[in-house]
Design a protein around this ligand. Structure first.
Ligand code: HEC
Length: 120
């Protein structure tokens, strides 16, 4: 096998490793990862798709990206209850209920846990 081919295989292996291990370093990869995520529950997936996703997969929105566990870890230091209050009442550029007016507090909690990579 030529050295080039070995290097190509190594590069492919590294790429597969990066995909298998979740969000990786570059912002583009984090966005691609976020875009691919959907809540398992169909009702939550529908709410997420028409609300949270509009910002939480968009780097420019400054919202913590879906599945970017490190970004959410810092926010979880305030506790899930505070996060849900912020999701309900709004927080800086985050609109009240994420503009999902039929999302209950329980839905907001489930959606937050999902985005933070903490869904059961
Ligand atoms: C219009 C854009 C937008 C939409 C839609 C949106 N968010 Fe956000 N969200 C943001 C931004 C921006 C932040 C970061 C605010 C900051 O800390 O500056 C944020 C932060 C959050 C936080 C963290 C708050 C904290 O205290 O750190 C939670 C939780 C959250 N969003 C939940 C949701 C949920 C659940 C939905 C869907 C129902 C949603 N968001 C929809 C823009 C949005």
């Amino acid at each position: 096998m030529s050295g080039l081919r070995v290097r190509a295989l190594l590069a492919l292996g590294l790429m597969l490793f990066a995909v298998a291990c979740g969000p990786t370093e570059t912002p583009e990869q984090k966005v691609a990862w976020a875009e691919g995520m959907t809540p398992a529950d169909a009702r939550l997936a529908e709410m997420y798709g028409r609300s949270c996703k509009a910002c939480h997969v968009v780097l420019e929105s400054k919202a913590p990206l879906t599945g970017d566990k490190a970004a959410w870890d810092a926010r979880f230091e305030q506790g899930i209850d505070t996060l849900v209050v912020h999701a309900r009442d709004g927080f800086k550029a985050m609109p009240p209920r994420g503009s999902c007016m039929d999302c209950t507090d329980e839905d907001l909690k489930a959606l937050t846990l999902f985005m933070a990579g903490r869904a059961p």
